[in-house]
Design a protein around this ligand. Structure first.
Ligand SMILES: Nc1ncnc2c1ncn2[C@@H]1O[C@H](COP(=O)(O)OP(=O)(O)OP(=O)(O)O)[C@@H](O)[C@H]1O
Ligand SMILES: [Mg+2]
Length: 253
């Protein structure tokens, strides 16, 4: 992102943001509620909606300016190239179809895998996420808990093995054990496939565990950005210091 300003109904909520993520890198985005984290991610993936717009700057993906791309081209790269785990995964699932049917349709649309290969892969991912695959695939989203749907959303995004994955508070609905599993699986995805990951989280512990770099948002501004260990051990902005000191214990390395 270069000099990006984002508005809703012509009121700017994100100002002049510059951010870069390389292949295989994990970037953590932190900052208080309403600081523009989700907006930033939606802008990067072209999902700002009708009220939102990028009114200044450029967004590049592999050298191509996303703002000049046709919506058809954007649709093609969304999913297999740029994946997204939404803050509210249930909203991204259709309420009237089983998880299995949605998952199969998604994989058939973007890959040439057959049904058996898709189900084997799905079951392996569900197992890693501590979910009973055979039950999940038969279920409708309303038959699952919030945390289960969240993990389903994560599995669906990961199965396409995107080059760049955006995860907006992917663990906020999960208990601490499931959180650790999900975060571990995301990190493995990067280690095995070189997936670049942008993760929005309120959990500085998750940032220090998995992120190579961290960006701190405050009132629509990117106020601090750097290597995670530098930012955590040596925060420059008073706001960042406050964020870190609000966490009871942080491992310093
Ligand atoms: N569709 C929308 N229309 C108008 N304003 C919006 C819309 N979505 C977000 N905003 C506003 O933009 C600002 C940034 O919101 P955003 O959702 O990006 O914050 P956030 O950092 O993700 O917060 P949280 O941690 O609570 O998820 C807020 O002031 C919010 O009210
Ligand atoms: Mg948000």
């Amino acid at each position: 992102m270069r000099n990006v300003e984002i508005s809703y109904d012509s009121k700017a909520v994100v100002h002049n943001v510059n951010l870069k993520i390389k292949y295989g890198e994990i970037l953590g985005i932190v900052g208080e509620s309403g600081s523009g984290k989700s907006t930033l991610i939606k802008a990067a993936i072209g999902l700002l909606g009708n009220d939102g717009s990028i009114n200044k700057g450029n967004v590049f993906y592999k050298g191509n300016d996303l703002l000049n791309m046709k919506s058809e081209e954007l649709r093609k790269i969304r999913g297999p190239e740029m994946g997204m785990i939404f803050q509210n995964c249930e909203a991204a699932l259709s309420p009237t179809r089983t998880i299995g049917s949605q998952l199969k349709e998604m994989m058939k649309q973007h890959t040439d895998m057959d049904e058996k290969e898709i189900l084997n892969m799905a079951n392996a991912f569900f197992q890693k996420m501590n979910l009973d695959g055979s039950r999940i695939l038969k279920s409708y989203p309303f038959e699952l808990s919030g945390g289960m749907n969240q993990r389903v959303g994560i599995v669906m995004a990961m199965m396409l093995k995107p080059d760049l994955l955006f995860a907006d508070e992917p663990t906020s609905a999960l208990d601490i054990i499931s959180q650790a599993q999900v975060v571990g699986e995301l990190k493995k995805l990067r280690d095995e496939f070189g997936t670049a990951i942008v993760i929005v989280t309120h959990n500085i512990g998750i940032v220090s565990y998995m992120a190579d770099k961290v960006a701190v948002m405050n009132q629509g501004n990117l106020i601090e950005y750097g290597e995670t260990k530098d930012v955590i051990n040596n925060p420059k902005q008073a706001y960042t210091k406050k964020l870190i000191s609000a966490v009871p214990k942080i491992r310093k390395e």
